[in-house]
Design a protein around this ligand. Sequence first.
Ligand code: ASP
Ligand code: MG
Length: 457
Amino acid sequence: MIVMKFGGTSVMDCAAIQRACSIVRERIDRKPLVVVSAMAKVTDQLLATAKAAGSGDRGKALELSRALRERHHETSRQLLGAVEYERFHSVLEQEFDTLDELLRGIAAVGELTPRTSDYVVSYGERLSSKICTAAFAVMGLNSALVDAREVMITDGQHGKAVPLVDEIDCRAQKIIAPLLAEGRVPVTGGFIGATKDGVQTTIGRGGSDYSAALFGAALNAEVIEIWTDVDGMLTTDPKICPEAHRIKVIGFEEAAELAYFGAKVLHPATVLPAVRKNIPVRVLNSRNPSNEGTLIVARAPHSKSLFKAIAAKKGITIIDVCATRMLMTHGFLRQLFEVFDRHRCSVDVVATSEVSVSVTVESSQSTPQIVADLEQIADVHYKERNAIVCLVGESIRETAGIAAQIFTALGNINVRMISQGASEINITFVIDEEQVPEAIRRLHKHFFSAPDANIFD
Ligand code: ASP
Ligand code: MG
């Protein structure tokens, strides 16, 4: 079997759901389980609705709910045709009547608990999975709705509930596997679940990828396909460097390194359950389904090019701590990091010399306060508007002279800090924020434009 997860933009309207359906139909022989997100923006809108109700603004909550009701009706009407829509109409009405009743209750009390918030927000996936199931049936697939709350069993931490893997494995075998065996196409919502007692939960924003990975792991899927609206992951930001191209295969660790730089495609941590079981995850574009996308595998195969990707993050502050007074006495680093700990500030790159330590942090309003605290133990200077640039690739492990190549490629761009991470698959350095585009273009030209580098795997 395979898992096919369609994100919000891939089920955002009638045309998108029809596209999704034909993509599923093409893979029907592989026994797909379909996992869907809420239609694009619906989760955000439901959260806004819940918030309005929680603040006692009943009118606004019901107005937002009405807009959602209309959008779901309109999409269903376009998808289902007169006869089927007639039947489905009352299904939607019932869902939204219950939602409105709930909103009135929340508004009356004027309090939104995490538990009720989960309840409201769950409507996104509950509705999208019902609509897709009905639409797939109209388009000739033998679809079957699976209520995610019967399979995705979690603990009770509302908003970010932790899935109970053994329970999910067991339920997936009991509920989903028989449907697949009968040749049906099970359709379920991502992101939502329930406790063993049946209390509605959600597993964190963007959680549908996580649902897909957990279901795939439970059912020993051959592959998990994450259908989105871009052609997979790219070697770098195409807005900075138009020569950026698709990464064909990337290792899980490589993808995880890039996640810090805000990989918008998917957060690799969410597909860990699949990767652990050696199930490949493929990121694909539902608007361009013939493109092969990016394959994420547990361990990246040998690549011809040294690096898989270059990423940068701006808004970085370098803090230089000069320990002349302490001359690096023992316990100094502990004192130093305790300051960051107190401010709940995470440190990204660290470089030390005999008498000084430089660290980078994401710039924030608390920087001056952190600096003031550090001044109690050392001399401190800080520079804002820096950027972390990171080159990621498995092959770094066994290649010598990479730093030299990087410095050569960068030419006159001044590197303020450099670190080769313990994971051995990334080289990170810090430069002036303004030089990021030029640095990326130079590095991309040097490391990715050799003829060999175009053979991505
Ligand atoms: N609909 C949820 C969200 O927007 C989950 C998802 O799409 O992955 O966060
Ligand atoms: Mg997503």
